[in-house]
Design a protein around this ligand. Structure first.
Ligand code: MIC
Ligand code: SF4
Length: 645
C-alpha cells in the first residue's frame, strides 16, 4: 500500500511504540531549535538533566523574542544562552540575525528531517518538507540530549491545492481559508499534509506561511512535499546538497481530504480576537484603522516585503496611521536593501523595526487604547498586542499594504493599481557571520548567569490525595497568553518565582497571591476550564509557573496538545470532564477532593472527584499514556528523567 509523506518520515524515525493511530510513539529528533523566551528555561533544564553535550545532528539557539532590553535581564539571558550554546555544541544565532523560524527555514531546515522547537510555530519548516513540531522547553531539552520526542501517532489530513492564486491573493489567504474550514478547535492529533497540482505555484516561503499558521488549528504540524520548487529555494540558499525529494505515493491513504481551489480564494482576515474568526476582507471593508504592522514569522520573507514595497512605491502612509515593518531576518533585510525595496518602504513612512518578533509578541509597537490594527502575524488573542482594548485583524501583506494607503480596511483588489511584478533572486545573499558555531575544547567554557537567572524549579511527586480549592474557573479557548502573559513580562522567563507573580494577570490578577497562601497551608490549587484550554503558544511557563504556585490539577472540557504535554511535564494532573453538566455545577472557591488518584491512575480507572462544597461526586477522565502516568507520578519530566538516568 502506498504511503503518505507523514508515514514515510515517521517510519524512518520511530524508536518507541507502534505506528497505530491515536497511540503514543517516540521519535528520534534530528534537529532542535530554541528561542530566547523559552530557551533559557530549556537550557537550565538541559543542565539540570546533566547531559554533557547535544546528541542531535544540529541544534540552534536563536535570540529573537527578548530584544527590547529595558533593564539588564534580556542581555544577561543572551549571554547565558551564548555561553551554554558554546559549552554544549549548539549553534548560536545572535540577536539581529532574525526570527528563529524564518532563519531556520533559510539556513538549516531540511526535507525529511525531524525538528522540534520550543516554539509553537516550529512547523514553519514544514514549508521545506521538514517534520517540524512545537514543544515545551523541557521536551526540547530531552530531545537535545538524544531522548525520543513523544507524539500521538497522527491522523493525516490531506489538503489538496489546485489552481493558482489570483493577483492580490496570497499564501496568508490560503491558511486563513484552512482556518475557516478547520477552525481552532478539534484538530489535536492531526497533521496537515499539502499536495495537489496547486503547490507548484507556491514558493517555499509561501508554503512556510501556510505551515506556520497551521499551528493555529491545533494540529501537530503541517508539511509540504519536497519538490523542484524546494530544490530551487535550496539552490538559492546554497544548500542544494541538502535537498532530497519527498512525495506521497500515488495511492497513499489519508484520514480526510480537503480541497482548496487557489484560483477561487479572496483576501481574508482573521478578526478580533481569534485566528479562527475568519471573514472576507470585502465584508469588513471601510473600518478605520490606527496601525499597520508587517512582519513576524508568518509574513516577513523577501517575497512579502518586495510585494509590500511594490504596492507602496511612491506613496505615503495614510496620515492617521502608524506603520511598522519588521523584516524576518538579516538576510531579508540585506536583500531588500540591495534590491531597493527598503528605500521605498522608508519613503512610504514605514518605521523599520528590528528583525525580531517585536510587535507580534506584544513587547513593543503596542497599539493605543481601542486601536484597530492590521497585522500580518498569526495570533490576535485579546491583549497579545500589548493593549487589551486593541482590535487586531490578521491579514496578508497585500491587505496590510492596502490599509497603509487608505487608512481603513480595504480589499487590495480595489486599490486600482497594478499588482507588483516581483522577481525573486536566483541566489540570496548568504552571510552566516551572525551565527556562532561551536568550537572544540568546550570543557573550559564558563556559563554566564546574571542575577535574573534562577534555577529551574522541580516539583515533588504526586500526592496520594489531592485536596484543595478551585482557584479559578474559566470558560472556553483560554490561551497561554491568558495564563502566562508575554509582552512586558517576557523578561522574567528565566526567573520563575518572579514570573509566577503574573499568572492569569489579565484574567484575575489575585490568582498568584491566593495560590501561594494555600500552598503555604498545604491546600492544593485546582484550575477549572472549558474547551481547548491552553491554546496558542508552546510556552511551558503556562504550566511551570502554576506548578510553582502549587497547582496540582487542571480540570477542563478539553486541553490543547502542547499545553497538555507541558502540564504532564511539570507534574500537573490534566483531567477532562465527562460532560458539561459537571463543568457547569462546579464553581470557583469549591473544595474538591480526589481521594484515590494514584491507585486509579495506576489501574487505568477514571478519577473520582468529590465536590465537598456541593456535596457531589463525579468521575473525570484523562488521556495519558503509561509513560505519561509515570511522569505525573514522579512529579514531572525533570524528576522522572533524572531518576531514570
Ligand atoms: C508566541 O508566538 O506566542 C511565542 C512567544 O513565540 C510562543 C513561545 C513563547 O511563549 O515563548 C510560541 O508560539 O510558542
Ligand atoms: Fe515570534 Fe510571533 Fe513568530 Fe511567536 S509568532 S515566534 S512571537 S514572530
Amino acid at each position: 500500500m502506498g504511503k503518505n509523506i507523514v508515514e514515510k518520515i515517521l517510519e524512518k524515525h520511530i524508536v518507541d511504540g507502534r505506528m497505530e493511530k491515536g497511540k503514543e510513539i517516540g521519535i528520534k529528533i534530528d534537529q532542535t531549535l530554541t528561542q530566547d523566551a523559552t530557551g533559557t528555561m530549556a537550557y537550565l533544564q538541559f543542565e539540570t538533566l546533566g547531559f554533557s553535550e547535544i546528541k542531535t545532528e544540529l541544534s540552534v539557539s536563536y535570540v529573537d523574542h527578548n530584544t527590547i532590553q529595558v533593564g539588564f535581564e534580556n542581555f544577561d539571558d543572551h549571554k547565558y544562552l551564548r555561553s551554554v550554546a558554546s559549552k554544549y555544541g549548539i549553534i548560536f544565532s545572535r540577536p539581529g540575525n532574525g526570527i528563529c523560524h524564518q532563519v531556520h527555514l533559510e539556513r538549516f531546515a531540511r526535507p525529511g528531517k525531524t525538528l522540534v522547537g520550543s516554539d509553537s510555530h516550529t512547523p514553519t519548516a514544514g514549508g521545506i518538507g521538514s517534520f517540524a513540531m512545537g514543544a515545551g522547553g523541557l521536551d526540547v531539552a530531552v530531545a537535545m540530549g538524544g531522548g525520543p520526542f513523544y507524539i500521538t501517532y497522527p491522523k493525516v489530513i490531506k489538503v489538496n491545492l489546485k489552481g493558482k492564486l489570483k493577483q492580490w491573493v496570497s499564501a496568508k489567504d490560503v491558511v486563513l481559508k484552512v482556518l475557516e474550514i478547520l477552525t481552532t478547535k478539534g484538530n489535536v492529533g492531526c497533521v496537515l499534509e499539502y499536495g495537489g497540482e496547486g503547490i507548484k505555484n507556491l514558493t517555499v516561503p509561501e508554503r512556510a506561511t501556510i505551515t506556520n499558521m497551521g499551528a493555529e488549528t491545533g494540529v501537530t504540524t503541517s508539511i509540504f512535499p519536497s519538490d523542484d520548487v524546494t530544490r530551487e529555494f535550496m539552490i538559492a540558499q546554497r544548500r542544494e546538497d541538502q535537498w532530497i525529494e519527498l512525495k506521497a505515493d500515488p495511492d497513499a491513504k489519508y484520514d480526510r481530504e480537503i480541497e482548496i481551489d487557489l484560483s477561487k480564494l479572496e483576501p481574508m482576515a482573521a478578526c478580533p480576537h481569534s485566528p479562527g474568526n475568519v471573514k472576507r476582507v470585502k465584508d469588513i471593508e471601510g473600518i478605520k484603522i490606527d496601525q499597520v504592522a508587517i512582519g513576524s514569522c508568518t509574513n516577513s520573507s523577501l517575497r512579502d516585503l518586495l510585494i509590500v514595497a511594490g504596492i507602496l512605491e511612491g506613496k505615503t502612509a495614510h496620515k492617521d496611521i502608524e506603520f511598522g515593518v519588521a523584516p524576518g531576518s538579516r538576510q531579508v533585510l540585506e536583500m531588500i536593501t540591495e534590491l531597493g525595496a527598503l528605500e521605498s518602504l522608508v519613503k512610504s513612512g514605514a518605521r523599520i523595526l528590528e528583525s525580531a518578533c517585536g510587535f507580534c509578541i506584544g513587547n513593543s509597537f503596542a497599539p493605543g487604547t481601542n486601536s484597530v490594527c492590521l497585522r500580518t502575524n498569526n495570533r490576535n488573542f485579546e491583549g497579545r498586542s500589548g493593549t487589551k482594548s486593541a482590535q487586531v485583524y490578521l491579514v496578508s501583506p497585500e491587505t496590510a499594504a492596502a490599509g497603509v494607503i487608505t487608512g481603513e480596511i480595504t480589499d487590495p483588489r480595489d486599490l486600482g493599481i497594478e499588482y507588483p511584478d516581483i522577481k525573486l533572486p536566483e541566489r540570496f545573499i548568504i552571510d552566516d557571520s551572525m551565527f556562532i558555531f561551536p568550537m572544540p575544547e568546550r570543557e573550559k567554557i564558563e556559563i554566564l548567569r546574571g542575577p535574573n537567572i534562577k534555577p529551574a524549579p522541580k516539583n515533588t511527586p504526586l500526592p496520594s490525595v489531592i485536596r484543595g480549592e478551585v482557584m479559578l474557573k474559566v470558560g472556553d479557548k483560554i490561551t497561554t497568553d491568558h495564563i502566562m502573559p508575554a509582552g512586558a513580562r517576557l523578561k522574567y522567563r528565566s526567573n520563575v518565582p518572579k514570573y509566577a507573580e503574573f499568572v492569569f494577570e489579565i484574567v484575575d490578577s489575585t490568582f498568584p497571591e491566593r495560590c501561594l497562601k494555600n500552598k503555604e497551608k498545604d491546600i492544593h490549587n485546582i484550575i477549572v476550564a472549558g474547551l481547548s484550554y491552553g491554546q496558542g503558544s508552546s510556552r511551558e511557563h503556562a504550566a511551570l509557573c502554576p506548578m510553582y504556585l502549587g497547582v496540582k490539577a487542571v480540570l477542563a472540557m478539553s486541553i490543547e496538545r502542547i499545553h497538555h504535554a507541558n502540564l504532564v511535564n511539570f507534574g500537573i494532573l490534566p483531567l477532562i470532564f465527562k460532560n458539561e453538566e459537571e463543568y457547569n455545577t462546579i464553581e470557583q472557591g469549591d473544595s474538591l477532593e480526589m481521594p484515590k488518584i494514584i491507585e486509579e491512575l495506576k489501574a487505568g480507572k477514571e478519577i473520582t472527584v468529590r465536590n465537598l462544597t456541593k456535596n457531589k461526586e463525579f468521575k473525570a477522565i484523562y488521556e495519558l499514556s503509561e509513560r505519561q502516568k509515570d511522569i505525573i507520578l514522579a512529579g514531572g519530566l525533570l524528576p522522572y528523567t533524572a531518576g531514570s538516568r
